[in-house]
Design a protein around this ligand. Structure first.
Ligand code: ATP
Ligand code: MG
Length: 207
């Protein structure tokens, strides 16, 4: 048998997808020698009920548009086709079933998302299923990552870490800021791929 396939998983609401997501995924792919990265737009985000996000189908389409030119990027409909809220652990397990044995999954997140994941109920369960790649993100501090690890993980972290930290060129871009800019009539050019900006404009999203 050959070496295990190394697959990155980039989950997110992608409302809309922006260059912060794309740079993070591409850096992870190269730094950690991933064979490809699967983007998984969320269906009904369990942690974001306070704000109604754009229709999953449109968020999915924007991810397809944004990733189309990268031969190593694919997009999964898994979460948007699943009824009800999706939990990362279910997605990771389903991807493993789909991709079969001999696959190592790397869940790519920004600094905010990894810190949130570590405060979930039973984070050690998902740490069993996949390795995390946590990208630096302006406004979030990863220095305290180790103290947020579950007890069982702290020991292993020194020799065989399941959460890997990745330095990326700082991009203070967020979907929240992009939505606000569109609303206020300010430019989003150079923050999102051109096709995504055109798609937003064409459908009048976020106004
Ligand atoms: P929102 O402002 O609506 O929360 P967002 O910009 O945080 O949107 P999400 O879809 O919530 O985007 O994020 C998906 C994943 O991408 C998360 O793991 C998040 O931490 C990461 N991410 C988003 N933007 C950046 C960025 N600029 N740098 C590094 N990681 C990022
Ligand atoms: Mg976010």
């Amino acid at each position: 048998m050959g070496q295990a396939l190394r697959i990155g998983v980039m989950g997110g609401t992608f409302d809309p997808i922006h260059y912060g997501h794309l740079v993070t995924a591409e850096e992870a792919r190269v730094q950690f020698h991933l064979d490809r990265v699967i983007f998984v737009p969320s269906g009904h985000p369990p942690h974001k009920e306070e704000r109604k996000s754009l229709d999953p189908e449109f968020r999915y389409l924007m991810v397809v548009i944004a990733t189309a030119s990268n031969p190593f990027f694919t997009v999964s409909r898994m979460e948007i086709d699943r009824p009800g809220p999706s939990y990362a652990i279910d997605t990771v397990r389903e991807l493993k079933r789909e991709l079969g044995d001999g696959v190592e999954l790397f869940f790519i997140t920004g600094a905010d998302a990894i810190l949130e994941i570590l405060t979930w109920k039973e984070p050690e369960k998902i740490l069993e299923e996949c390795i995390f790649i946590a990208a630096t993100r302006p406004g979030y501090d990863l220095r305290r990552l180790e103290e947020n690890l579950p007890e069982s993980e702290k020991i292993r972290h020194r020799t065989d870490p399941r959460v890997l930290i990745m330095e990326i060129p700082a991009l203070a871009i967020s979907s929240t800021d992009i939505r606000r800019r569109v609303k206020e009539g300010r430019p989003i050019r150079y923050l999102v791929p051109e096709g995504v900006a055109e798609f937003i404009e064409k459908h009048g999203f976020y106004r």
